[in-house]
Design a binder for this molecule. Sequence first.
Ligand code: ADP
Ligand code: MG
Length: 260
Amino acid sequence: MPLLEISGLTKHFGGLRAVHDLVLHVGNDEIVGLIGPNGSGKTTVFNLVTGLYPATAGRVVFDHGRQELTGLPPHRITALGVARTFQTQRLFNHMTVLENILVGTHCRTRAGIAGILLGMPGPRAERRRVEDRAAELLGLFGDRLLSRAGRPAWTLSYANRRRLEIARALAADPRLLLLDEPAAGMNPTETHELMRDIERIRARGITVLLIEHDMTVIRGICDRVVALDHGTKIAEGRFEEVRESAAVLEAYLGRRAGRA
Ligand code: ADP
Ligand code: MG
């Protein structure tokens, strides 16, 4: 059984079929790309897997068939080992870089968010352990975040804020990481660095499901690619196969032609 198995997953918003009868699996240590034109249902898939939206139909099963995620609340799903980033920035801008990471660890500590941030009673050894781990996660991005650990998040550059969002998701100690357009707004140099960052994350034994419009990233690091259009899977396979698929070409070109 794969790490994540999605079957018959469907989400309707009124009359709109945002995701329709989706079958998708992600194996251990894979990096799987999820592509498709705007509005094709990619983010909705993440919202369903992480329990933000209830599914209209279908199942999401995690941990090689052992753990049903369908119907669980988001915090339970995080605790079971699924973490994500969002398409738009959701940092705590007035907290420091380090504090943003500490907040991400709260599902793994007994102290809770308030305890961590306010330094309230609670085991000092645990705080120490959590801070060491936070420093390790910041270090995943070289010196980019580590040297700024004490600064408020709003002072970071755009690319550094995106890196911090990934580090915060990792603080929940996931086995599966869902990244929603992490390269959006990054320049080519930052994008290349991001690719190496994601590969480093995978090398730590974390499986990655990646939504991304930048095909350099998809081609560069994905083992497998799944393409959606209008909520339906239209192609799946290696990047080269998916790219040549008539349905994928039509989904992208048709949409672009329609917009022009
Ligand atoms: P993508 O991430 O591929 O751009 P989304 O999953 O965000 O696409 O959206 C898929 C479709 O579902 C779009 O038509 C979008 O407008 C619609 N949609 C997404 N979330 C909601 C919501 N909360 N309420 C109503 N419609 C939504
Ligand atoms: Mg989206």
